[in-house]
Design a protein around this ligand. Structure first.
Ligand code: ADP
Ligand code: MG
Length: 305
């Protein structure tokens, strides 16, 4: 039998090939690529939503699918503290699609994009034999202080997160506000050493920060801000908050000396910013409760075959 594989194994093998080129300042492995253009770099990110995998059209409207298709990309540009600029939308429309459905989908994309100053600049339209496919590429620009990468966390940094975690299964993943403006405001008010958007759950995304930065992290279990709309089931509240994914909040590391100032006068009142832990020299990710510290195994949602 062919061995199973997971999305991160493929991404890691692509990254290890070291596909480097001076024109690509940051390639595979961050939330968006950074294309070096001299006077001002370009950010590029792409995400795909598939009927039957990410959504069911009997439960979700085409408008919601469109909104989310651009929302997840806006969140990746936010993770770089960038300014989103132009969207390119590739559609696979299944048999039976109507122009009203396609219009509604595109309206979801365009209206949410316009809230963030994004212009629809191109795309591709095809017939699909296996459900609705929406692949969206978003271009953006870094703001004045440059792109924030996953790779700059240093031991001693304070680890923070915006908002609360774990509300996605209650439906928030269809209506989350991408933290574009908040990321830019944070970037202006504090030195952001490293940042990622929480797409798979911090139980997974923290490992990306750790690997890229070459450090470890300790998360204080009691500090994790937990959503008020968690499902009630056998899983613990913390398990939901760490691993349900699709929170699309910002997870970032800042120098310890600026953390008190940031928390005392945050650049925005909502969402709250919570300190949930710190970066450490030791590799690995640990969950701390009082004096005890246990190793955290990667969780979160992973596509696998
Ligand atoms: P995110 O959750 O922020 O969208 P992903 O986990 O999807 O990030 O991807 C991580 C990194 O791997 C990104 O830099 C992305 O561009 C890259 N990547 C993912 N799939 C592929 C692929 N098939 N080919 C090349 N790069 C990929
Ligand atoms: Mg991301």
């Amino acid at each position: 039998m062919t061995p199973r594989f997971e999305e991160f194994a493929l991404i890691e093998s692509l990254r290890r090939r070291g596909l480097t080129d001076p024109r690509v300042a940051v390639g595979i492995g961050d939330d968006a690529a950074v294309l070096a253009r001299g006077e001002r770099d370009l950010l590029v990110t792409v995400d795909m939503l598939l009927e039957g995998v990410h959504f069911d059209l009997s439960l979700t409207s085409p408008w919601q699918v469109g909104r989310k298709a651009i929302g997840v990309n806006l969140s990746d540009i936010a993770a770089m503290a960038g300014e989103p600029v132009a969207a390119f939308v590739a559609l696979g429309l299944p048999d039976g699609s109507t122009s009203a459905m396609a219009d509604e989908l595109m309206e979801g994309i365009a209206s949410h994009g316009s809230e963030f100053g994004v212009v629809l600049a191109g795309g591709d339209t095809n017939r699909s034999k296996s459900g609705l496919v929406v692949a969206l590429t978003l271009l953006g620009r870094p703001t004045g202080r440059g792109p924030v990468l996953r790779s700059g966390a240093r031991p001693g940094d304070v680890l923070c997160v915006t908002g609360s975690l774990g509300g996605s299964l209650a439906g928030r993943h269809w209506s989350f506000p991408p933290r574009v403006r908040e990321a830019q405001q944070l970037h202006e008010s504090v030195e952001l050493h490293a940042m990622i958007d929480v797409s798979d759950g911090i139980g997974s995304d923290i490992f990306h920060l750790a690997r890229a930065s070459g450090c470890g992290f300790v998360i204080d279990a009691d500090a994790v801000p937990i959503s008020e709309s968690l499902p009630v089931d056998a899983k613990s509240q913390l398990d939901h908050a760490l691993n349900d994914g699709e929170d699309f909040e910002l997870l970032f590391a800042i120098p310890r000396e600026s953390s008190a100032r940031l928390l005392k006068s945050p650049p925005f009142a909502e969402p709250p910013i919570t300190v949930i832990g710190e970066a450490i020299a030791e590799s690995g990710v640990f969950l701390r409760r009082g004096e005890t510290k246990v190793s955290l195994e990667p969780g979160g949602y992973v596509h696998s075959w």
